[in-house]
Design a binder for this molecule. Structure first.
Ligand code: PNS
Length: 163
C-alpha cells in the first residue's frame, strides 16, 4: 500500500490545500495529513484546532485520509507512519526556492522518502493561509478561500470577518 504524508502548518486549511489533497488521493492509497506543531512559530490556531478543522473537512471522505499532528523532523514522521512520499503543492515561482531547500534537506535525511510536487490549480495560485487570515482579520469576504467550517472558526477569532 502506497502511503503519502501531506505536511504543513495549515493555519488555516484553505481551498488550495483541499485541491492538492483531492488530487493527491488519486496517486496514493492512503494520505496522512501531518499538521506541524511548531512551538517556535506563532500560529493563529492551536495544533488541536487545526486537526479538528481538517478532520471536519475530510469527515465524509473514504477511510483513506487521516489527519495527525506531529513535531520533530518530517522524515521521522514519514518513517513512523510508513509513508514513502511527501506531497507538496507549488503555487508560483516564489515557492520554488523554499520547496527546493526542503526537498534537498529531506532527501539527504532520508533516502526512503520521495517528494512529489503538485502544481496548484490556477484558481488557487494566489491563495495562502496568511492571505486567508489577513482577509478575515480585516473583515473581507472569505467564502471562496476556505471551507465553511474553517470560515466559522476564523469568524470566532475575527468576528468582523465578512460573509
Ligand atoms: O505549510 P508550511 O508551513 O510551508 O509547511 C512546512 C513544513 C511543515 C512542511 C516544514 O516546516 C517541516 O517539514 N517541518 C518539520 C521539521 C523538518 O523536518 N525540517 C526539515 C525540513 S525543512
Amino acid at each position: 500500500m502506497k502511503v503519502a504524508v501531506y505536511p504543513g502548518s495549515f493555519d488555516p486549511f484553505t481551498y488550495g490545500h483541499l485541491d492538492i489533497l483531492k488530487r493527491a488521493t488519486c496517486l496514493f492509497d492512503h494520505i496522512i495529513i501531518g499538521v506541524l506543531e511548531n512551538p517556535s512559530k506563532s500560529c493563529l490556531f492551536s495544533p488541536g484546532e487545526r486537526v479538528e478543522m481538517i478532520g471536519e473537512v475530510i469527515k465524509d471522505w473514504e477511510e483513506n485520509i487521516r489527519v495527525i499532528h506531529f513535531n520533530g523532523l518530517l522524515v521521522d514522521f514519514c518513517k513512523k507512519v510508513g509513508a514513502c512520499a511527501i506531497i507538496r503543492g507549488l503555487r508560483a515561482v516564489s515557492d520554488y526556492e523554499y520547496e527546493m531547500q526542503m526537498f534537498s534537506v529531506n532527501s539527504q535525511l532520508s533516502k526512503d522518502v520521495e517528494t512529489v510536487f503538485l502544481m496548484s490549480s490556477p484558481r488557487y495560485s494566489f491563495l495562502s493561509s496568511s492571505i486567508a487570515r489577513e482577509i478575515a482579520q480585516y473583515g473581507g469576504n472569505i467564502n471562496s478561500l476556505v471551507p465553511e467550517n474553517v470560515k466559522e472558526m476564523l469568524i470566532e477569532k475575527f468576528p468582523q470577518a465578512g460573509d
